[in-house]
Design a protein around this ligand. Structure first.
Ligand SMILES: Nc1ncnc2c1ncn2[C@@H]1O[C@H](COP(=O)(O)OP(=O)(O)O)[C@@H](O)[C@H]1O
Ligand SMILES: [Mg+2]
Length: 264
């Protein structure tokens, strides 16, 4: 069975794309078959995996064809994913920005990704689908949350991070998405970009307490993470030491939280 997880926060810069990239790479190192979907028109995730389709194609229609766009609009199916670092990627492009307008014009399209992923589930070739979102509470986030079984919140240990994380959890628990997607559940969060300060430790304790646990802590590593982004590779590929152990630990706890490995 395929489990679909959307990585979400309305806050920008909290580590959504880094989590999506590194969790996908770590799960595949643990023997899981992963499809990663970039649903953020900024395409940071795709670029941070070395895939820049806006650079590859001059024509906007050509770029759009390699994204989830046509499947969401119902004008095509999902594109063939691109293999990268042991998992498959459906990249994003700036042209995905046009979807926002389309979703506004026709509200029924907000279930477009869910329907497209029903076919992926039926195909059975993936254990996990991970979806990266843009920092919004708008239609693009709803599109990704209606398609998901689980939502994973990256929360940096500071006020902005905690506020965003608890707000989204309460929105899900109040039934905001569950009316259309009753199976949606919130996973324990990942603490991201954690500096070694007294204040951060206080927030970490608060996050642990409010969520009843986490999937682990990713330390603030200003040398490693921007370099991974620049080089277009996952952290597990660039660093064979602590950074790699950290993301693998998060992936192991993710597997425990969702009831174990699927395709290992
Ligand atoms: N653990 C970390 N340590 C240091 N920098 C990080 C860490 N995680 C992410 N970053 C950097 O912070 C920035 C924002 O991260 P990103 O994953 O793009 O956030 P989001 O997708 O939520 O906007 C990026 O430049 C990224 O390289
Ligand atoms: Mg991002």
């Amino acid at each position: 069975m395929t489990l679909i997880t959307t990585i979400h926060s309305y806050a920008g810069g909290v580590g959504k794309s880094a989590t999506a990239r590194d969790l996908s790479a770590a799960l595949s190192l643990l023997g899981q078959r992963v499809l990663l979907i970039d649903a953020d028109h900024q395409a940071d995730l795709s670029v941070s995996l070395g895939v820049d389709i806006d650079e590859q194609f001059e024509n906007a229609d050509d770029s759009f064809a390699w994204t989830i766009g046509p499947a969401v609009l119902g004008t095509g199916s999902l594109p063939p994913p691109q293999p990268t670092f042991g998992f498959d990627l459906i990249p994003s492009s700036i042209t995905l920005y046009n979807l926002e307008k389309e979703l506004k014009a026709d509200v029924s399209m907000v279930v477009g990704l869910r329907y497209a992923l029903d076919e992926v589930r039926a195909g059975g070739q993936y254990d996990f689908v991970l979806i990266d979102t843009n920092p919004t509470l708008g239609d693009m986030a709803t599109l990704a949350l209606l398609a998901a079984d689980r939502v994973l919140l990256p929360i940096p240990p500071n006020r902005k991070g905690l506020r965003a994380g608890t707000f989204i959890r309460s929105r899900v628990e109040k039934g905001h998405y569950q009316r259309l997607n009753p199976g949606l559940q919130v996973l324990p969060p990942i603490i991201t970009q954690a500096p070694n300060t007294v204040l951060a430790r206080r927030y970490m304790a608060e996050i642990e307490q409010q969520f009843g646990g986490t999937l682990g802590i990713i330390k603030h590593r200003p040398g490693l993470y921007p370099a991974a982004m620049e080089r277009g590779v996952p952290v597990s590929q660039l660093d064979q030491g602590e950074g790699r152990a950290e993301v693998l630990g998060v992936a192991e706890r993710f597997l425990q939280a969702v009831g174990g490995a699927r395709g290992a």
